[in-house]
Write a protein that binds this ligand. Structure first.
Ligand code: AMP
Length: 415
């Protein structure tokens, strides 16, 4: 019997995994530059966290979560997103008691049982950041600036940043009422999901992919006309900040975002060349979430980027798996016995060393060194072993020198 990976989930092998490491390194570097510290939360959480944190009427909670009861009958879920777990960790750690402002980033796999297609998988990786404890527009601006810098540094071009404000507890209810009333009138024409959404959270109908629903919602009023003065001022401040940083963006009054707790700023970045799944990342402000999850009343803002989609779009240089590799070719019993401690010694000195596990001919070992892209090869045969020296061959210039064992590390690191 042979096995395959679970549908919608993928292996990453070298050299592709090298490109992943490179993207993750860019994410860490950019996050550090903006003062964000890494948070790693478990892959599994209590299901209730997501029901509460994402919202019951969301597509994720309704039908995409991997949920199971463990042997103790605890209801658990593979995390479908990173914000609720990070906020839970923030509350549980009591971080807010020592510092009113927390800036976190995370990197890792998320799970959603969606229909797989190009750019949409059942396990996918996200890089995300959360600023918890800042209500000012400056936080929204910084989060968006970080996102755009990350995407730029990762080599993405032709990006479109769309931004909206979803209003707040003061102005949104009036808008939702109007929306609900209008949706009631067109109820029979909406898809089953949207019929339910129109009651539980009408904003979600803007997320619907059904072509008929999309067409129907085009004529509905937008939140923009209902913003209160404070929301208008916040949104304007965010836009002015983005302009100052020369971050191009457009208002899209139909961005709703999937999560219930989004207020005010919501944004999405799309890219050309991804087909239907063209959203690379998105985020927004979630001022009610921390409280809803049992924490203090502190605001938050963040984003998440999908790394698979990003990697579909960028041709990152794929460096060799171990740059600056050296190869140790030992021939004959005595030389091979001496080789292993020498190789370990060189590795201790910080040199990436490869060698052949089997006692093969020099020719075949040289071929392997060449295939691996080794810059230099240490050759040790019976004659050299007697002299306690090895030959160091520069694979580019073909130049060979005899080097005493003690000086090997130096000879191999010399440029
Ligand atoms: P969301 O958490 O839904 O706001 O998604 C944020 C980003 O994660 C999206 O813009 C995508 O880049 C990525 N993403 C979401 N769902 C998937 C998926 N099923 N497969 C691959 N990437 C995804």
């Amino acid at each position: 019997m042979s096995f395959t990976a679970v549908k919608g989930m993928h292996d990453l092998l070298p050299p592709v995994s090298v490109a992943w490491t490179a993207v993750e390194a860019i994410a860490r570097r950019v996050a550090a530059r903006y003062g964000f510290g890494e948070v790693r939360t478990p892959i599994v959480e209590k299901t209730a966290l997501f029901v509460r944190g994402i919202g019951e009427a969301s597509a994720i909670v309704e039908k995409e979560m991997y949920v199971f009861a463990d042997q103790g009958d605890e209801q658990l879920a593979l995390r479908p997103e990173g914000t609720a777990p990070v906020v839970r960790a923030y509350i549980e750690s009591g971080a807010f008691q020592t510092d009113p402002l927390a800036k976190y980033f995370y990197l890792g796999p998320m799970f959603r049982r969606e229909r797989p297609q190009k750019g949409r998988y059942r396990q996918f990786a996200q890089f995300g950041v959360e600023v918890i404890g800042a209500a000012a527009p400056a936080a929204d601006i910084e989060v968006i600036a970080l996102l755009m810098r990350f995407l730029g540094d990762a080599g993405l071009a032709k990006l479109r940043l769309e931004i909206n404000s979803l209003g707040c507890a003061i102005c949104r209810p009036a808008y939702l009422q109007v929306l609900q009333r209008m949706l009631e009138k067109m109820r029979s024409e909406l898809c089953a999901d949207c019929q339910r959404r129109s009651e539980k959270n009408p904003l979600r109908i803007f997320d619907c992919k059904n072509p008929q629903c999309r067409h129907l919602v085009e004529d509905l009023p937008t939140i923009v006309e209902y913003w209160c003065p404070a929301c208008t001022a916040h949104f304007q401040a965010v836009r002015v900040g983005l302009d100052q940083l020369q971050i191009g963006h457009v208002l899209n009054p139909r961005i709703a975002r999937g999560l219930d707790y989004y207020v005010r700023t919501a944004f999405e970045v799309t890219a050309e060349g991804l087909g239907a799944q063209n959203a690379v990342g998105g985020g927004g402000r979630y001022d009610g979430l921390v409280k809803a999850l049992g924490g203090p009343e502190v605001p938050g803002v963040g984003f998440a980027v999908g790394l698979e989609r990003l990697l579909l779009l960028t041709e990152l240089p794929r460096p060799p798996i171990t740059p600056e590799l050296r190869f140790f070719a030992a021939i004959g019993e005595k030389a091979r016995a001496a080789a292993l401690p020498l190789i370990e010694h060189l590795r201790s000195a910080g040199i990436a060393m490869e060698w052949d596990y089997e006692d093969r001919s020099l020719k075949s070992q040289m071929r392997r060194a060449d295939k691996l892209g080794a810059a230099r090869v240490v050759i040790l045969g019976a004659d050299e072993w007697k002299k306690q020296k090895a030959i160091v061959r520069d694979m580019r210039t073909k130049e060979q020198t005899e080097v005493p064992f003690k000086e090997l590390a130096h000879a191999l690191t010399r440029t």
